[in-house]
Design a protein around this ligand. Sequence first.
Ligand code: FES
Length: 155
Amino acid sequence: MAAHVFLRTLRRLFHGRTRALLSTDGRPPGNVSQGSVNICLLNRDGKPLWMSGRVGETLLNVVMNANGPVEGYGACEGTLSCTTCHVYLPSEAFERMCQPTEDELDMLDLAVGLAETSRLGCQVVLEPWMDGMKVKVPKHTADLRGLAEDGKMEG
Ligand code: FES
């Protein structure tokens, strides 16, 4: 298969998948397959974004697979160095999820607007019981990588 045909096929596949993964009309996306989990992200402006991901994927992957509709989200691509993937979980979900690692807790301590149910989306792994879960994205965020490079995080 010629390279341009292969790339066009990939683009079509990806474009079709992306459309099915994101819904901005206040309802979960249709045509989701078995093993999928619908998550509602309340975006920085308060508008709901329904996204579909697969069990085992992180919340960060779900947002990225939906073409990153949340501004500035996931800047470090899940390497636990930015906090831009900070989210507020519903308290029931927060209680039910596995405990954050020490590394996640260290980063959360630096997150803007830290709350009792804060987690980092790159560490939230989708499970079947999360279907329909509503997650809030903080209004403000900061990419800590830039602050560290500028020396703004010191003392
Ligand atoms: S994506 Fe950077 S800490 Fe999660």
